[in-house]
Design a protein around this ligand. Structure first.
Ligand code: GLU
Length: 307
């Protein structure tokens, strides 16, 4: 039974190329989590960076081709720069930001601060003097803006993993090239789209504490999360387009149609028998989060050709 509920779920692809079978599977999961709980389902194009011409349109067509429906309008991050500016200004006004001139290499090579966990920004630029700032600017460096975090870790609630505690460092809000950082945009936009349930690949689990902390800092309610296992190639690395024919377009070209792809995905999620033809609606009707596999789906793209 569906209940009337005002929150929402979402799928937020980066239009840097065509979606592959792993991305499509995550999108189906996000849609099923949202729809099975009476939520709206939103699409957001994370097109601040690395956009490949035409790929956003093809991604939308592929999602629709699988049978997913979403609540319009599609959000485009590239049209929302003022919203990110406003949030950064608010944080600046509250003394919660600082400029950072570190290069990626300097961060990697810098000894960690005594209390900074591995993988955390060590706070090198937290207390720069104006003379030091000027020297960096004179050297032609363009600063990033970082959040001045008041915590070192934060706990989020994940529907599949339970509570998860991870690092919160002074992460970047705006990159040195002026582009708003993913961790900022995602928080502002999930709130703007009334998203209270974030379902995405578990490669992003470690980002959730930073995002949740930032939401809290901005006075927003953090979403609940479900980080779903990824699709891996036979080397147990994240599936990528170079692994073979893994997009709907590639697969169609070698005679594997969308219904077969859907059938494979459904089977991988324990929502269909091997070879059973299903629709997205039927998967939704069968969807129970508790029966999802907790292990990644290891896929040999060559096997797709034999279905
Ligand atoms: N745009 C991100 C990606 O494609 C996903 C962001 C998110 O779901 O929070 O990896």
């Amino acid at each position: 039974m569906r209940v009337d509920y005002r929150g929402g779920g979402r799928y937020a692809p980066s239009p840097s190329g065509d979606l592959h079978i792993g991305n499509l599977r995550t999108a189906l999961l996000a849609w099923m989590f949202a729809r099975s709980t009476g939520r709206t389902f939103r699409i957001r194009m994370e097109d601040l960076d690395r956009v490949a011409a035409g790929s956003a349109e093809r991604q939308l067509a592929d999602l629709a081709g699988l049978g997913l429906d979403w609540d319009p309008p599609v959000m485009w991050q590239s049209r929302r720069l003022a919203n990110y500016d406003n949030a950064i200004s608010e944080l600046q006004g509250r003394g919660l930001t600082y400029t950072c001139y570190c290069t990626r290499r300097e961060i990697l090579e810098s000894p960690s601060a005594p209390h900074a966990p591995a993988g955390a920004y060590p706070g090198t630029c937290r207390h720069l003097t104006s003379a030091q700032e000027r020297a960096h600017l004179d050297a032609g460096r363009r600063p990033a803006i970082r959040l001045r975090s008041h915590v070192t870790e934060f706990t989020v609630s994940d529907a599949l993993r339970g509570p998860y505690t991870g690092i919160v460092d002074d992460f970047v809000l705006r990159r040195g090239d002026g582009i708003p950082a993913y961790n900022l945009a995602v928080v502002i936009d999930d709130n703007a789209q009334a998203v209270d349930q974030v379902v995405r690949g578990d490669d992003l689990l470690s980002s959730a504490p930073r995002q949740s902390y930032l939401a809290t800092t901005l006075g927003l309610t953090p979403p609940t999360y479900a980080h779903v296992p990824m699709v891996l190639n036979t080397e147990r690395k994240r599936l990528a387009k170079r692994d073979g024919a893994v997009t709907l377009g590639d697969l169609k070209a070698v005679g594997v149609g969308t219904p077969q792809v859907l059938s494979l995905i459904a089977n991988s999620l324990n929502l269909a028998d091997p070879g059973e033809v299903v629709t997205a609606e039927l998967m939704l009707a069968r969807f129970i989060p508790a029966t999802l596999p907790s292990e990644p789906w290891v896929l040999d793209p060559a096997d797709l050709l034999h279905h």
